[in-house]
Design a binder for this molecule. Structure first.
Ligand SMILES: Cc1cc2nc3c(=O)[nH]c(=O)nc-3n(C[C@H](O)[C@H](O)[C@H](O)COP(=O)(O)OP(=O)(O)OC[C@H]3O[C@@H](n4cnc5c(N)ncnc54)[C@H](O)[C@@H]3O)c2cc1C
Length: 401
């Protein structure tokens, strides 16, 4: 257990230590695969090396796809097609966990690609209408418009006529997606990205919230609490919501682009937007959770984290404030393949839980998979925790058999 943990599991309505519940969905073979892969990601060098090898060998047309698909892709992704990911959705649904399908095609660069992503998102929203195991959808803004255009709008650079046309198309695509979500009555989570594109993303997300969040939060924006300016922004958003303009939908995460953010700030020579320490990020994250609980009448939240202390804090505050475990405004969310001890134990205890489930062609999910692996190697303690709980369950099964 984490030494900084303020709350003892035994004093809470849920424990994250029950590995029988955590891995009930995994066969012995699947558990062994997870053990093997998490073991590999302990070495940052090996992760970087293998990511490069995968990219190069795939681009050369060498037959490595089946190997990737049977290993790291299987652990972190739902599949390439609907027939594949539907099985995962059903499996998670059986444990009371919702699936957020994450169409993981990154690096789309042209208008046809952006339209293709929009169509794929509309398909997912359509599926969610009749599937209670899909509580909402998620999207990246830079999958429906070019990264450069988000960068220019964020920097207040005047757009050329062609760029303005492209920007209008982005807005139309987004509006279609949010309108479909509104009609389906299922939320859409807009992911947060690099800070040099984020002001444009925030602006569009706020426009969509004010348009579609009248009776409940349909559009959710994401706040990265590794940024030191996000609590002020959250307070501003809450004031807007309080003044009655719209229901606020917020997903909070710590943030996935730490090294890139710091490196860019250093190279260009501006103040890094990132907190100076992990402890500061943790404090900001937990402050956001406290603010949510104090404003839960006007805000609907998704707490996207693998951090056990943050989950314990929320569970504890819910109990203190006598909020139902399945309060409709509160969702916990983890990425598929990670922190099953949190997701499955929370769901088993009656909390609202979902998993982000990436899917798409193996080649297109490589940047996501590389980020997962690289991010994990950078997180002190995370891998040892994954390995620790997997080992514990493997030992438990050996004794039980
Ligand atoms: C459901 C879900 C949705 C997500 N959506 C997004 C998204 O839209 N956008 C996005 O950017 N990320 C997203 N992420 C990824 C997320 O931002 C984190 O990278 C990841 O979850 C690890 O953080 P943690 O809270 O799980 O836990 P922890 O392991 O406790 O925290 C690790 C995080 O702390 C921060 N950190 C680490 N070291 C330092 C340091 N020295 N100084 C300051 N901060 C530090 C970093 O953000 C790092 O990722 C999502 C994650 C989940 C689970």
């Amino acid at each position: 257990m984490n030494k900084t943990n303020k709350f003892k599991d035994s004093a809470l309505p849920v424990s994250f230590e029950d590995t029988f519940i955590a891995f009930q969905h995994k066969s012995d073979r699947e558990l062994l695969l997870a053990y093997f892969i998490f073991g590999l990601t302990k070495s940052p060098f090996l992760v970087k090396f293998l990511s490069q090898v995968a990219k190069v060998t795939l681009s050369m047309g060498l037959p490595v796809k089946p190997l990737i698909k049977a290993t790291v892709f299987k652990l972190f992704c739902g599949g390439e097609k609907k027939e594949e990911y539907s099985k995962v959705i059903a499996k998670l649904g059986k444990a009371g966990i919702g699936t957020i399908l994450d169409y993981s095609v990154e690096g789309t660069e042209d208008e046809a690609g952006f339209d293709g992503t929009k169509i794929e998102l509309l398909n997912i929203i359509e599926q969610s209408k009749s599937n209670p195991n899909i509580p909402c959808t998620c999207m990246k803004m830079t999958a429906i418009g070019s990264f450069e255009i988000f960068e220019k709008v964020t920097a207040n650079i005047v757009l050329s006529i062609d760029e303005q046309r492209a920007w209008d198309k982005v807005k139309n695509r987004l509006d279609e997606i949010c309108k479909a979500s509104y009609r389906a009555g299922k939320p859409i989570y807009i992911d947060a990205e690099e800070s040099w594109t984020q002001a444009a993303i925030d602006q569009l997300a706020e426009e969509m919230m004010s348009k579609y969040n009248n009776y409940k939060a349909i559009v959710f924006t994401t706040l990265q609490l590794y940024r030191w300016d996000r609590i002020d922004y959250l307070v501003r958003l809450m004031e807007q919501a309080r003044s009655g303009s719209y229901r606020l939908g917020i997903k909070i995460v710590r943030g996935a682009y730490l090294e890139k953010e710091r490196e860019r700030a250093r190279l260009i020579g501006y103040k890094s937007p990132i907190n100076s320490s992990k402890l500061d990020t943790d404090k900001e994250y937990n402050k956001a959770i406290e603010l949510f609980i104090n404003n839960i009448d006007v805000v609907e939240i998704c707490v996207g984290t693998h951090n056990e202390d943050s989950c314990r804090l929320l569970v504890n505050l819910m109990a203190e404030n006598k909020l139902a475990r399945n309060h409709p405004h509160i969702y916990f969310s983890q990425l598929y393949g990670m922190s099953d001890n949190i997701s499955f134990n929370l769901a088993n205890a009656g909390y609202n839980v979902s998993k982000y489930l990436p899917f798409g062609p193996v080649e297109s999910t490589l940047p996501y998979l590389a980020r997962r692996a690289e991010e994990n190697t950078a997180i002190a303690g995370q891998m040892s925790k994954e390995l620790e709980i997997i080992s514990k369950e493997r030992r438990r099964r050996k004794i039980a058999n």
